[in-house]
Design a protein around this ligand. Structure first.
Ligand code: ADP
Ligand code: MG
Length: 701
């Protein structure tokens, strides 16, 4: 095969002309032979059987029938036009139906010629009907490549109205295979192929498009999934190696007064073993010559803040400034207050910078940052703005990364001549192997232990109809001196509606909990910050027993005496959000509760979410369920990491293959870091090609 064969622009393929090429490009992103070759079928249909019309059953199965169209008519309906063909064989009559694409079909269908039709049938009255069948003239069908399993390619409405049906795509792929005689260059090393008993590249590509049987299809899928994940891993791992060698880091080799004084005099509790281990890992990174780029995962309440503080003190000991960036103003404020309190009388200069910092204060702050008088800056996105300049930023910590884009993370790199060490903290844990492949360029630390003495939160699901019992429970808890959160959803698209829900809820709670006996705080997004703070403050001080709020309290807030979290319309929350909210209680020594309130109308997914919350407190387990329900698309970093561009593998479902691929990529780079060995030459060629083509990888500046 000509080495550039696969680069050939798609219009050159027989049967594709410029019009079809344009549609293929806009609808499926296919521009070259390679793109078409890598358009893998979504599913396969067994076409070894032909049915007679008399044999049809109302099972809804996909069937293949040989017959002729004897009549074609358009029916007007309230909902639009239908094109109906009367289709017969020697046993009976049925209908073929189209709701769109009439023009093309009318112009191209031949009456009274034998066709093979394929599709799902349904019975209306006594007649079977097949909507949008796949059709092929029997004469062509007999000439076509004989495949046992029919591939079904991704399609769009536009493709089918333009006549680029599944059959047409399949024909194009066949043409491509004919043109190159089905030979494609190998891209893996013989040793890997042998060890994993993989089929060859050519065999895999053939069987993914035209599987001879189920077994070969499975082998083709395995080979191609493995290969895809292998090359992604190869790229991520080499990137990390490159960073460790090439990107110079600031070396923090001093442990000085700040760290030591804090450790011996101000630390309010003994660190957990997990916290100690993580701090050790971070110190090792910051003490080496390479820049740290580390992800710190730890469940809600696992104590990440103290780890952050110790690292920032270490930076100060080495003469560097640090910043701690939080996603919301409330959280930034809390961090600032919390850190200030922890530091007590220590001589560490710390300040807060958010969107609502006054201009005069801001100017002062900028000066202090630039002349180095400030050690620690806590803030929101405001910290990332270009006009915020540091004298010598040595460490940047980002809290709750899932709300930050990667682009923002990379902004921090430019705040110093040598990039600062970066620590990203998240309470939304994801399975480790997945994390490694998503953030292959990050190192990972995990706090997998909660501070001692925490009682697991008891979680229950209650229907709205049980509200009175729930209210009684609240009253009992308040009698014991506890405080209660009641949270309402706040989803941007329906803000007005949510606001009404919240207010209605507040009123009904105010009725059941009269002012003579109970004090209630309310906090929501429409309030002025000063009013919000005031209400929050009252709850923190214990002046109010009930806090009615929207999800603004989701992150950060720390009121150890609050022991009950009631989540209204819990079916409307995502799993990780539910888990975050629940994390607001269970911070004191008392038994805490989380009550998930819902109506009776629940989707299957909602049921799974609720059951998961009731079953476990483990953030990692919850994250796995969440991932299965939502897919990885919503996870932080997935967009940028290119893992969503996978053609065949699925990082969740194919997690086992991912592990194997990662292992082999690591082995390869260990044994042959520059891919110089003869046996790895195919890998090198494929890898180089891939790097030339992709621009999805340069997400770290
Ligand atoms: P998160 O990881 O969710 O940010 P925080 O850092 O806010 O958790 O810590 C949660 C609570 O646990 C805080 O009140 C903190 O003071 C406390 N805490 C943290 N580490 C320990 C520890 N080792 N022992 C006891 N309490 C701790
Ligand atoms: Mg936190």
């Amino acid at each position: 095969m000509n080495p550039n064969f696969l680069q050939t622009p798609i219009p050159y393929l027989k049967g594709v002309g410029p019009n079809r090429a344009e549609t293929l490009r806009t609808e499926l992103g296919i521009e070259s032979y390679r793109d078409l070759l890598h358009l893998f079928p979504n599913r396969y249909l067994d076409k070894t059987q032909y049915y007679k019309i008399i044999q049809l059953q109302p099972s809804g199965a996909d069937v293949q029938i040989v017959g002729k169209i004897v009549h074609l008519k358009t029916l007007e309906q309230k909902r639009g036009k239908r094109l109906v063909a009367s289709f017969v064989d020697d046993t009976g009559q049925m209908e073929l139906v189209w709701f769109r694409g009439h023009k093309w079909i009318r112009e191209n269908l031949k009456l009274n010629e034998p066709y093979v039709v394929f599709g799902r049938t349904a019975r209306y009255g006594n007649t079977f009907s097949m909507p949008h069948p796949e059709m092929e003239l029997l004469s062509e069908h007999q000439q076509g490549l004989k495949v046992a399993m029919q591939p079904i390619y991704p399609s769009t409405e536009k493709l089918s109205t333009k006549g680029i049906t599944n059959r047409v795509i399949s024909k194009m792929v066949q043409q491509l295979f004919l043109d190159c005689k089905g030979k494609f260059p190998e891209s893996l090393a013989p040793s890997i192929i042998e060890e994993l008993r993989l089929i060859s590249k050519s065999e895999a590509l053939f069987n993914i498009h035209f599987p001879k049987n189920q077994e070969l299809l499975a082998k083709a899928q395995f080979r191609l999934k493995f290969e895809e994940l292998f090359f992604v891993q190869l790229q991520l791992i080499s990137k990390k190696i490159l960073r460790k060698h090439k990107i110079k880091g600031l070396r923090f080799d001093q442990v000085g007064d700040n760290f030591n004084t804090f450790f011996s005099e101000h630390l309010p509790f003994e660190l957990t073993n997990a916290q100690k281990r993580v701090i050790k890992e971070i110190r090792k990174d910051m003490g080496s010559n390479a820049q740290m780029n580390r992800l710190l995962q730890g469940d809600v309440g696992s104590g990440k803040t103290i780890v952050a503080l110790l690292c920032m003190l270490l930076a100060a000991d080495n003469g560097f400034q640090s910043c701690l960036v939080a996603p919301t103003e409330i959280l930034a404020q809390q961090h600032y207050n919390g850190l200030k309190e922890l530091l007590g009388k220590m001589d560490v200069k710390i300040a807060l910078l958010t969107g609502s910092t006054k201009k005069s204060e801001r100017t002062l702050l900028h000066n202090q940052l630039e002349n180095g008088n400030l050690n620690i800056l806590v803030g929101t996105h405001a910290v990332l703005e270009d006009k915020v300049q540091f004298k010598n930023l040595g460490l940047a910590i980002i809290d709750e990364q899932h709300r930050f884009g990667v682009a923002q993370r990379s902004k921090l790199w430019h705040k110093n001549e040598i990039p600062p060490h970066i620590l990203v903290m998240t309470a939304t844990p994801i399975p480790r192997t997945l994390a490694m492949s998503l953030y292959g360029d990050l190192d990972i630390s995990v706090i997998d232990e909660l501070p001692p003495g925490r009682k697991p939160i008891k979680t229950v699901h209650r229907f709205d109809s049980n509200r009175l019992k729930v209210f009684q429970f609240i009253k009992d808890e308040i009698k014991k001196g506890r405080q209660i959160y009641i949270v309402y959803p706040l989803i941007k698209e329906s803000e007005a509606l949510d606001y009404k829900d919240l207010m209605d809820g507040y009123e009904s709670i105010a009725r059941d909990f009269p002012k003579s006996d109970y004090q209630i705080s309310i906090v929501h997004g429409k309030m002025k910050p000063a009013d919000k703070d005031y209400e929050m403050e009252r709850f923190v001080k214990g002046e109010t027993q009930i806090m009615v709020a929207t999800t603004v309290i989701e992150v950060g807030v720390n009121v150890p005496n609050a022991s009950v979290m009631i989540i209204e319309s819990a079916e409307r929350f995502g799993l990780s959000q539910l888990h975050q909210l629940r994390g607001r209680v269970g911070r004191g020594a008392e038994q805490s509760f989380c009550i998930l309130m819902t109506s009776h109308k629940l989707s299957e997914d909602a049921k799974t979410r609720l059951q998961t919350m009731v079953r476990t407190n483990d953030g990692f387990e919850i994250a796995e369920v969440d991932l299965k329900l939502r897919g990885p698309g919503d996870l932080m970093g997935t967009q940028q990491s290119g893992l969503l561009n996978l053609k065949i593998a699925d990082i969740v479902k194919d997690n086992q293959i991912l592990k194997t691929a990662r292992y082999h990529a690591l082995q390869l780079l260990k044994n042959d870091p520059r891919l110089e060995k003869e046996e790895n030459k195919y890998i090198l060629i494929a890898y180089t090609k891939m790097m030339q083509q992709s621009n999805i990888w340069n997400y770290i500046s």
